[in-house]
Structures are given as C-alpha cells and as structure tokens.
Design a protein around this ligand. Sequence first.
Ligand SMILES: Nc1nc2c(ncn2[C@@H]2O[C@H](COP(=O)(O)OP(=O)(O)O)[C@@H](O)[C@H]2O)c(=O)[nH]1
Ligand SMILES: [Mg+2]
Length: 193
Amino acid sequence: MALRELKVCLLGDTGVGKSSIVWRFVEDSFDPNINPTIGASFMTKTVQHHNELHKFLIWDTAGQERFRALAPMYYRGSSAAIIVYDITKEDTFTTLKNWVKELRQHGPPNIVVAIAGNKCDLNDVREVQEKDAKDYSESINAVFVETSAKNAININELFIEISRRIPSANSSATSGKGFKLRRQSSEAEGKCC
Ligand SMILES: Nc1nc2c(ncn2[C@@H]2O[C@H](COP(=O)(O)OP(=O)(O)O)[C@@H](O)[C@H]2O)c(=O)[nH]1
Ligand SMILES: [Mg+2]
C-alpha cells in the first residue's frame, strides 16, 4: 500500500486547544493540565485512507505573538493547515480570520484549510455560533467541524476530512504531471534515434 507523508500545521490563538487536539488524535487522551507549547512540537500518526496510508507529520505551533514570525516555517510545504478557535471566545475567531488572510497571501497555493471550533463541550458559554463559523468556512471552501479534544468529539473526523480533500496520488492533477513526463521522455527518445 502506498504511503504518503502529509505535512499538517496547527494555527490559532494560545489556549484554544491546538495541542489537546493533537494529543487526542495521536494518543487518544486528554490532559487538563497540558503544558503551553513553546515554539512548536512535532508528532506523527498514520491512518489508512482508501488504498493509501496517510502519515500525518503534525506541527503544532505556539499561538503567542512572539512566535508568530516563525509560522511560515510550519505552513510552508504543508498539505493542510488546521486553524483552531475556541467557541467560547469570540476574539479567537477573529484571530482565525487573520490566519486565513495570511495563508492566502503567503501559504502554499493548494493548501487544504480546516477550521476547528474547539471546546464544543462548553456549549453553555458559547460566544461563536456554529452557523456563523460554518457559513464563513463554506465561503472560503474550508473544512469545518466543531470539536472537543476533552470529550473526543470530531477529532478523528477532522483528519478524515483532510484526507478526503487531499488529491489522491492517481488523481487527474498528478496524472497530468505524469503525462508531461512521458512526453518529455518520448521526445528525448525521438532525438536519440
Ligand atoms: N473544556 C475543554 N477544554 C479544553 C479542550 N481542549 C483544550 N482544553 C483546555 O484548554 C487549555 C489550553 O489547551 P492547549 O491544548 O494547551 O491549547 P493550545 O495553546 O492551543 O495548544 C487547557 O487547559 C486544556 O485542558 C476542550 O475540548 N474542552
Ligand atoms: Mg499548544
């Protein structure tokens, strides 16, 4: 079975639950006293998607302003970016929109953007309406899910959706490339004979 390595980065304000989402996905556990991320941390997890294995190379970034300048190192070359906000904090949704703008300007052109409204277990103190976030995500063609790293809601689904959006190795985009290569080699053959 073909193995593909997919670089994925997590972006979003400090405290929205980026590291908790990664921890839930990779280790299937939740630590309420998780340490704040310094700089960035790296984890991997491999999942099967149809007849391919997707090895997610996950870069979990720190949200603090002083680390912001480092973000391009993580989203450059990424197949997908997961931008996380906290449904109980309106300002984290504003930060998310700024990340979308930055990715548009400086990110890889075909990056899959996935938006995660985390802490959906705290519905009682919600500040961001699900419909508003969903409409916004649709308008920018992003994956959207509300997640809870704490209660393991929609974490696997988030990554499954990302896998779905990544063009498969034999999709038209890549077979187009293959065709060009074939033509080049047959042209070379023509010259030599
Ligand atoms: N209620 C609730 N708390 C969460 C959830 N995810 C993370 N947290 C808490 O939010 C805080 C920040 O989490 P962390 O993963 O460090 O956020 P990061 O700074 O974005 O990496 C921690 O106290 C977590 O326990 C969630 O889904 N629900
Ligand atoms: Mg963190």
